[in-house]
Write a protein that binds this ligand. Structure first.
Ligand code: NAD
Length: 439
C-alpha cells in the first residue's frame, strides 16, 4: 500500500477562478433583487442584513484517484443560505464554471423558491468544479463519494437535503445515499431526493417540473379567461422540463406550435404532433429533435422560436435567453419561465413596459422541489404514494401558490415577479422574527 501511494503522482486541478465570469454576476443580481424587495416591504434592517448573508458556506477539496492512477484534486462547495423555514434544500451541480458566488446565489434562490410555494424548507446549493464529460463513470462515482464524505458534517435529513441539478442525476443521488448509509451504518435514503424509485424515489418526480409549468400556465390562462384549446404555445428546450411541459400542455388541449433544443427548432402553425415528436426524441441517440420531419413542419432557429407568433412562450433551456436585444421582438403575451433565470433584468423591464405577463422562475419551475418535498415526506414515513396522489398534491400546491402570488401582486399593483419575491422574502422574514435570534 505504502509503495502504491509513493508511486502515484499528485496532480492538483487549477484553483477555481471567477475572473472570467460576468459582472454583475448572479450573486450581485440576487442581492439587488433582495434590496429592492426589502425596501418595498419596509423590512427590518437587521433581517435584511441577515438575509444578505448565507448562514453557512463550506469549501472542500475533493481528491480523486483517476483511472490512470493519478490523483486530481477538485474543489467543491455546499452553501446553506437559510434554514429559517426548515431544513435546507437544493441541488448539486457538476460544471467547470461552478464557483462559490454562483452556488451562494443559487442557494438564496432556493430559499425564495421554497418559501413562495409554501413548503417547509430553507435554501441550499452545492457543486463541484469539474467537467463530467471528461470523467469516466467510475471517476464520477469516486468524486461523488468523496465530495459527499467531505460535506457530510453539514448534511442530514433534518439539516440539508441535496437533489440533482445540472449534470447530476438519479444515479449520482444513489451514490450519495449509499455513501452516507455506509458511513453511518444504517439506511439514510432520505438524505437526498431525486433518487431512483427502488431506493425510495418518488413516482412523478421526473416530470414534476414540467407538470408544474403546465399547471401554472393553465392557471394563468384561467385568470385571463382564455380557453386552453384556443391557446398556442412555443417551448424552448426539449429536455426534462421542456418536453414534459409540452407533453402535458398538449394533453390539456393547448396547441404546441413550436419546440426547439440545441439542434434547432420545429414549427407548425396548425400544431405539432407532440407524441410523434416524443417517439423521435426517445429513439435519437442524443435524445434530440434533430432529423424530425412531418408534413407542415418547418425548421426554425432558436431565435425564431423566441419571437414566433404565439400566445404563450415557455423558455425551458438555459439562463439569459430573453435579453435587451430580443425582448422587443417577442410576440407572446405570456411567458412562463421553465428555466432558471431565462430573462435578464433589462429584458424584464422591456417586457413589463410592453404589458407582457411573466410568471417568474421561482414560482413557475418549483414543481420539481415540491415533488422532492413529497419524496422526503414519503421516505420519512416509509410509506409511498401512487403517481395519481403525487400529481394531485402537486396540483394542489402549485395552484395555491399561483393564486397567492397572483392575488398578492394584484393587491400591491406589482408584476408577478416582484410579487413572488415580496411574498417569499416576507415569509422568510416572518420565520426569522418568530424564531428569534439565538441565543
Ligand atoms: P436538460 O438538460 O434536460 O434540457 C435542456 C434542454 O435545453 C435540452 O433540450 C437542450 O438541447 C436544450 N438547449 C441547450 N442549449 C440550448 C440552446 N442554446 N438553445 C435551445 N435549447 C438549448 O435540462 P432541464 O432539467 O430540462 O433544465 C432546463 C432548465 O430548467 C434549466 O435552467 C434548469 O436549471 C431549470 N430547472 C430544471 C429543473 C428540473 O427539475 N430538471 C427544476 C427547476 C429548474
Amino acid at each position: 500500500m505504502e509503495r502504491y501511494i509513493r508511486e502515484i503522482s499528485v496532480e492538483i486541478c487549477p484553483e477555481p477562478s471567477a475572473a472570467h465570469l460576468p459582472t454583475p454576476d448572479l450573486w450581485d443580481t440576487v442581492l439587488a433583487q433582495l434590496d429592492d424587495v426589502a425596501e418595498r416591504l419596509n423590512l427590518d434592517p437587521g433581517i435584511h442584513i441577515l438575509l444578505r448573508r448565507p448562514e453557512r458556506e463550506l469549501t472542500v477539496s475533493v481528491p480523486v484517484i483517476m483511472d490512470d492512477g493519478q490523483i486530481q484534486v477538485f474543489t467543491g462547495y455546499r452553501v446553506q443560505h437559510s434554514s429559517a423555514r426548515g431544513p435546507c434544500k437544493g441541488g448539486i451541480r457538476y460544471h467547470p464554471d461552478v464557483n462559490l458566488r454562483e452556488v451562494r446565489a443559487l442557494a438564496a434562490l432556493m430559499t425564495w423558491k421554497c418559501a413562495v410555494v409554501g413548503i417547509p424548507y430553507g435554501g441550499a446549493k452545492g457543486g463541484v468544479q469539474c467537467d463530467p464529460s471528461q470523467l469516466s463513470e467510475e471517476e464520477l462515482c469516486r468524486l461523488t463519494r468523496r465530495f459527499t464524505a467531505a460535506i457530510l458534517p453539514i448534511l442530514g435529513p433534518r439539516r440539508d437535503i441535496p437533489a440533482p441539478d445540472v449534470n447530476t442525476n438519479a444515479q449520482v443521488m444513489a451514490w450519495i445515499a449509499d455513501t452516507v448509509s455506509m458511513l453511518e451504518g444504517k439506511a439514510v435514503m432520505e438524505i437526498v431526493t431525486g433518487k431512483p424509485i427502488p431506493l425510495g424515489g418518488s413516482l412523478g418526480r421526473k416530470e414534476a417540473t414540467g407538470r408544474g409549468v403546465a399547471i401554472v400556465t393553465a392557471e394563468l390562462l384561467k385568470r385571463k379567461r382564455r380557453r386552453l384549446a384556443d391557446t398556442t404555445v412555443a417551448v424552448q428546450g426539449y429536455g426534462n422540463v421542456g418536453s414534459a411541459a409540452a407533453t402535458i400542455l398538449h394533453e390539456m388541449g393547448c396547441k404546441i406550435v413550436a419546440v426547439s433544443d440545441i439542434s434547432g427548432g420545429l414549427y407548425n402553425p396548425a400544431g405539432l404532433d407532440i407524441p410523434d415528436i416524443n417517439r423521435h426524441v426517445a429513439n435519437h441517440p442524443q435524445h434530440l429533435l434533430e432529423g424530425y420531419g412531418a408534413p407542415g413542419v418547418d425548421k426554425i432557429t432558436n431565435e425564431e422560436l423566441l419571437t414566433s407568433k404565439v400566445d404563450v412562450l415557455i423558455p425551458a433551456a438555459l439562463e439569459h435567453q430573453i435579453r435587451a436585444d430580443n425582448a422587443a421582438d417577442i410576440q407572446a403575451r405570456m411567458i412562463i419561465e421553465g428555466a432558471n433565470g431565462p430573462t435578464t433584468r433589462e429584458a424584464d423591464e422591456i417586457l413589463q413596459d410592453r404589458g407582457i405577463i411573466v410568471v417568474p422562475d421561482i414560482l413557475a419551475n418549483a414543481g420539481g422541489v415540491v415533488v422532492s418535498y413529497f419524496e422526503w415526506v414519503q421516505d420519512l414515513q416509509c410509506f409511498f404514494w401512487d403517481e395519481e396522489e403525487v400529481n394531485r398534491n402537486l396540483k394542489k400546491v402549485m395552484t395555491r401558490a399561483f393564486a397567492e402570488v397572483w392575488d398578492f401582486s394584484q393587491a400591491q399593483g406589482v408584476p408577478l415577479r416582484l410579487g413572488a419575491y415580496m411574498l417569499a422574502v416576507s415569509r422568510v422574514a416572518d420565520a426569522v422574527r418568530s424564531r428569534g435570534i439565538f441565543p
